[in-house]
Write a protein that binds this ligand. Structure first.
Ligand code: NAI
Length: 327
């Protein structure tokens, strides 16, 4: 009998890519628009697998409910797993993820944000739409010769480093776990704060990286620094960022992720009053660009996410383990 997958937080683009990957009908996939959390976990009854994304809540309570409902597996269709209580899942339910689907998608988006910001493309686009061809206020700066600090030299960080080198930038990097033999020269994190004109974050959200950008680290940064975050929102203390921008210490921020994004991102909120004052204030700043956790969203990435997720599910359900299991 076809195994049943309860698919949470389903969007049109997810449904299209998973239906394509499941064209042979091997799995019975039920798409739920709602996110998985304590209130919606009842929907998982009768399913073998729950398939979740970055803002679904898979905490201890949800895990124990899933176990009671005899769900075997939490299949994350993303790389990060900070929204899953891995300790609570141990010996109760399997957890698999998609460790890599397109590092290019995310690294290229980071560069797209940076170029948009420093060349004021977001402003110019709106001006010329309104037949305003004035250049006042649109002066940018060359990326060539600038120092970019890259935090996290995994799959995405390395692609981003290569892109920056192509622009003739001076790349300095920090990683808590430096890759040996990769020919990368690492610096310590203080050097990143002190020397970078631009800093881009490509490390996971952990207890250690939580709020790594806070009032203290901002104090050590260069005046006018541009911050790019395509990793996880909570790497940056959003209020400290806002203060840094108000004080003209931070020159610009390019944010694809936001600490409190779970209740806001991925949905059409136009016509609503945004309850999050910090986010509203950040968006109102001329030197802040926010995209709605969009960096992964390319055709190639979605195709890889769907095929890897389904093969993870197949491997786990047939062998009880999986090469992409999170332990
Ligand atoms: P990866 O696992 O290949 O690399 C992460 C790197 O961060 C590793 O080199 C690791 O040693 C390093 N790291 C771990 N702890 C650190 C610390 N305390 N300080 C500095 N570096 C540390 O991961 P990948 O694929 O490069 O992804 C990076 C992050 O990008 C993910 O954790 C995820 O949060 C985010 N992401 C965002 C997406 C988006 O759409 N905005 C899509 C995919 C990933």
């Amino acid at each position: 009998m076809a195994k049943k997958i309860a698919f949470f937080d389903a969007k049109d683009y997810d449904i299209a890519s998973f239906d394509e990957a499941n064209a042979d009908g091997k799995y019975k996939i039920k798409y739920f628009e709602t996110k998985l959390n304590e209130d919606t976990v009842k929907l998982a009854k009768g399913y073998d697998v729950v398939c979740v994304f970055v803002n679904d809540t898979v905490d201890e309570k949800v895990i124990s409910q899933l176990k009671k409902k005899d769900v075997k597996l939490v299949a994350l269709r993303c790389a990060g797993f900070n929204n899953v209580d891995i300790e609570a899942a141990k010996d109760k339910i399997g957890v698999v993820r998609v460790p890599a689907y397109s590092p290019y998608a995310v690294a290229e988006h980071a560069m797209a944000l940076l170029l948009t910001s420093v060349r004021r493309i977001h402003k110019a686009y709106i001006r010329t739409k309104d037949f305003n061809f004035s250049l006042n206020g649109l002066m940018g700066f060359d990326l060539h010769g600038k120092t970019v600090g890259v935090v996290g030299t995994g799959k995405i960080g390395r692609v981003f480093m290569d892109i920056c080198k192509g622009f003739g930038m001076n790349v300095i990097v920090y990683d808590k776990f430096p890759a040996e033999g990769a020919g990368i020269d690492y610096v310590d994190i203080n050097e990143i704060w002190e020397k970078s004109d631009i800093i881009s974050f490509h490390c996971p959200l952990t207890e250690e990286t939580y709020h790594m950008v806070d009032e203290k680290s901002i104090m050590h940064m260069k005046k006018g620094v541009v911050l790019i975050n395509t990793s996880r929102g909570a790497l940056i203390d959003a209020e400290a960022l806002l203060n840094g921008i108000r004080e003209r210490k931070i020159g610009a921020a390019c944010l694809d992720v936001y600490e409190e994004e779970a209740d806001v991102f991925f949905e059409d909120r136009s016509g609503h009053i945004l309850g999050d004052d910090v986010l509203a204030r950040l968006i109102s700043m001329p030197n802040v660009i926010v995209t709605s956790h969009q960096a992964f969203l390319t055709k190639e990435a979605l195709t890889n996410i769907a095929s890897t997720t389904l093969s993870n599910i197949e491997e786990y359900l047939s062998t009880g383990t999986c090469v992409n299991e999170v332990k």
